[in-house]
Design a protein around this ligand. Structure first.
Ligand code: BDR
Ligand code: CA
Length: 318
């Protein structure tokens, strides 16, 4: 059955903006929950409100979530590419929309339990989801599909081994990956296949709407900041991939795999260990003695298809 209802749990964040845009276009968006990640929770919450105003969807409820990880304090690594505001490079409109009184954990539990068939798209650290799964043990199995941008089957971005969203709260990632939820993992090995350079950003701008101009300004800032770190002129459009696995699964190649999260390694804390000894097609039996796959691993994306989805969503906005 195609999924129609979704919540996005995010930390906008330049690429989160495009993820919200796609989620609002393709799903009955029941809410946006925020989590400290690319910037502190209060900032990413303001950013989420601004994005919804920009795209003409101020009625979507926004619930503020965790300030920082389950253990320790919020790392500031996100600032390097997203700036202190989390969204440097453009000014978003301020509207009349305000955060709702419910906090993210409560909102996730109440909304998923009351709306069977709801998908959750997670594009920030998994703190809210882990806390919600601990508070409501039925939640993990009640999420129709949890599409997570995070982790990596190859190398990391914030450290040699770890990707930012998994590294920012490894204990939360561990709770979620051990929860039995129907997870789709969009790691860096996938999102690096969907990198946008100046030409693709120019294509987005050429759509001509006000939203397209703001998104292009944001992406150009993000691209240039990333280029100063990586030397590459193209930056992965990470978070939109997690929406697209649900909205346009035909763009992807999936396999089933077992993924665990490294919690102790001195050099590897926050690394996702994707067991590539056993990568199974959907429905294939698990040989005895091998770990059971706990996620659907998105391995390949047809990037041009994703860029077309972004253009279509920009065209549909004010
Ligand atoms: C992830 O980290 C954040 O900086 C991005 O928004 C994305 O969710 C990529 O590692
Ligand atoms: Ca993000």
């Amino acid at each position: 059955m195609p999924l129609t209802k979704a919540i996005i749990d995010c930390d906008p964040g330049h690429d989160d903006v495009v993820a919200i845009l796609l989620a609002a276009k393709h799903f009955d968006l029941l809410g946006v929950t925020t989590v400290g990640g690319n910037a502190p929770a209060w900032r990413v919450t303001e950013n989420a409100l601004g994005v919804l105003e920009l795209i003409g969807r101020p009625e979507v409820p926004v619930a503020r979530g965790a300030e920082g990880p389950i253990i320790g304090t919020l790392p500031r690594a996100g600032e390097r590419v997203h700036g202190t505001s989390g969204l440097d490079g453009a000014v978003l409109p301020r509207g009349s929309n305000r955060v709702i009184a419910k906090r993210a954990v409560e909102f996730l539990i109440d909304t998923v339990m009351a709306n069977p068939g709801t998908a959750v798209i997670a594009t920030g650290p998994l703190t809210n989801l882990a806390l919600a799964m601990r508070a409501e043990p039925r939640l993990a199995k009640s999420i129709a599909r949890l599409s997570f941008m995070g982790g990596s089957a190859t190398w990391g971005n914030v450290t040699a081994a770890a990707e930012f969203n998994a590294w920012a709260d490894p204990e939360a990632a561990h709770v979620v990956y051990s929860s039995g939820a129907r997870i789709t993992m969009c790691g860096l090995d996938l999102t690096r296949q969907a990198a946008v350079g100046p030409e693709t950003i120019a294509r987005f701008r050429a759509v001509g709407t006000r939203t397209a101009a703001v998104v292009a300004d944001l992406l150009e800032h993000y691209r240039a900041a990333a280029e100063r770190i990586t030397g590459s002129p193209a930056v992965p459009l990470h978070d939109p991939c997690a929406v697209a696995t649900l909205a346009a699964p035909e763009l992807f190649t999936f396999a089933r795999a077992n993924v665990t999260v490294e919690l102790r390694g001195e050099e590897t804390r926050g690394m996702t260990v994707v067991d590539q000894r056993l990568v199974l097609e959907e429905g294939a039996p698990v040989p005895e003695g091998m770990p059971r796959p706990n996620c659907r691993w998105a391995k390949r994306i047809e990037a041009e298809g994703l860029f077309r989805l972004v253009e279509e969503a920009l065209a549909a906005c004010p």
